[in-house]
Design a binder for this molecule. Structure first.
Ligand code: NDP
Length: 447
């Protein structure tokens, strides 16, 4: 088996030599899916996985815009249209200086499996730019978004490709992107998700990824007749996903003790309750300031510069910042401190060394493609509401989100339960996602 995986990876590596994140994501899937394919007559010998790792289309374009002092700045825009076997391409846009082809291809590849897991009819895609929204004025953000959409609009549409937010792209950016799309196309459609409530958005969409990550943790705990009540939780990040993971975990009576940003982390031993979280939300979403300012308001908390929160003692950890933010050393610290559940809000936040450490320790470990699928699932619900031209209530959307997360959890168990009863959620998520997409690809022929 190892030689089959190696042969496959050698081929993928040869074609994508300078794309480490993409290769990492593919290898994790290959390690779990190839052993499954080998035993299945319908998949074996069809090069299905080889077809899946090749994007259907990669779009790369120039994004020129003018900054507040009149200089012309040039950024690079991307959209990876990875797989449309089960529905139109769907996946977020990331604006961050580290964005490149490798990162977006890894995200698009993961998205294909994640979207399949939601059971909604959505293919996978991802896009973005190396544009850095930090310290930019609203006018600069708007001009950048307009220029970005000035090219992207010809490649997307409500039945073709429906982008959403990701790192650096929230409600403000979706608004500017949508405004430009509407102007260029002269039509009001559900071409983006994460829209504002008065112009086609869905209730619960801002909360969905963070809430879903917590719902998934809850399902995992239920397999051990346990709950989040009284658990100490460490969360990384302080953006969209981290904020709502913190909110829902607190509502379920857990104590969240950390949040972070790229500068460092805060540790509040007393817990980040609803009023402290409201302060963080204002700090991050309105003032666009640093998490370090938390200790000015709450001096009993600590700020640790340049470090990640994984050395803090906890029962549950929810990495909600970015890829590869938990390495093997971090994983060992978490395990040594008694952490027994990881529910990933970010995409691929644990590197392979960390994943193997969690699996070897047989703790409850959920990969992002399963545990953070609530965001895209609720985007799918936003698309449904747009098509039907109706608005579901908060309760209706939340109930659907909880059902979807619970179904994803069941599917992970179906494909990931090992002979000794341990649930390998990585294997479960990869195979469940693969089966759905592969079956559709087989039915549609070699295209
Ligand atoms: P935001 O931009 O709202 O927040 C990102 C947070 O992560 C910020 O606190 C940011 O800090 C921190 N961060 C980003 N890059 C780094 C880095 N290199 N090192 C340390 N901290 C970093 O993004 P989201 O909350 O939307 O996304 C967070 C993660 O969740 C990403 O992996 C994303 O792909 C994933 N995700 C998001 C979904 C969504 O619906 N938004 C859906 C599914 C997954 P700073 O402000 O200092 O940069």
């Amino acid at each position: 088996m190892k030689s089959k995986i190696k042969k496959f990876m050698d081929l993928v590596r040869q074609r994508n030599q300078f794309e480490p994140e993409f290769l990492q994501a593919v290898e994790e899937v290959a390690e779990t899916v190839i052993p499954y394919i080998v035993n299945k007559e319908i998949y074996y010998g069809k090069n299905i996985l080889l077809r899946m790792v090749e994007p259907e289309r990669v779009i790369m374009f120039r994004v020129p815009w003018i900054n507040d002092v009149g200089e012309i700045v040039v950024n690079r825009g991307f959209r990876i249209e990875m797989n449309s076997a089960i529905g139109p391409y769907k996946g977020g846009l990331r604006f961050h200086p580290t964005v490149n082809l490798s990162i977006l291809k890894f995200l698009a590849f993961e998205q294909v499996f994640k979207n399949a897991l939601t059971t909604l009819p959505m293919g996978g895609g991802k896009g973005g730019s190396d544009f850095d929204p930090k310290a930019k004025s609203d006018g600069e953000i708007m001009r950048f978004c307009q220029s970005f959409m000035g090219e992207l609009f010809r490649h997307i549409g409500p039945n073709t490709d429906i982008p959403a937010g990701d790192i650096g792209v929230g409600g403000r950016e979706i608004g500017y992107l949508f405004g430009m799309y509407k102007k260029l196309r002269n039509e009001f459609t559900g071409v983006l998700t994460g829209k504002g409530m008065s112009w086609g958005g869905s209730l619960i969409r801002p909360e969905a990824t963070g809430y879903g990550t917590v719902y998934f943790a809850q399902s995992m705990l239920e397999t051990r007749n346990d709950s989040l009540k009284g658990k100490i939780v460490t969360v990384s990040g302080s953006g969209n996903v981290a904020q709502y993971a913190c909110e829902k975990a607190t509502q379920l009576e857990a104590k969240v003790v950390t949040l972070s940003d790229s500068g460092g982390y805060i540790y509040d031993e007393e817990g980040i309750d609803a009023s402290k979280l409201a302060f963080v939300m204002d700090l991050k979403n309105n003032k666009r300031a640093r998490i370090s300012e938390y200790i000015d308001k709450y001096p009993k908390a600590k700020y640790v510069e340049g470090k990640k929160p994984w050395g803090i003692k906890c029962d549950v950890a929810m990495p909600c910042a970015t890829q590869n933010e938990v390495n093997k050393v971090d994983a060992k610290k978490l395990l040594a401190n008694g952490c027994f559940l990881i529910s990933e809000g970010a995409n691929m936040p644990s590197d392979p060394g960390a994943v193997h450490a969690f699996q070897a320790a047989k703790i409850l470990y959920a990969p992002g493609k399963a545990s953070n699928a609530g965001g895209v699932a609720t985007s799918g619900l936003e698309m449904s509401q747009n098509s039907l031209r109706i608005v579901w209530t908060r309760e209706e959307v939340d109930e659907r989100l909880q059902d979807i997360m619970s179904n994803i959890h069941e599917n992970c168990i179906k494909y990931g339960k090992q002979d000794d009863g341990y649930v390998d959620y990585v294997t479960g998520a990869n195979i469940a996602g693969f089966v759905k997409v592969a079956d559709a690809m087989l039915a549609q022929g070699v295209v």
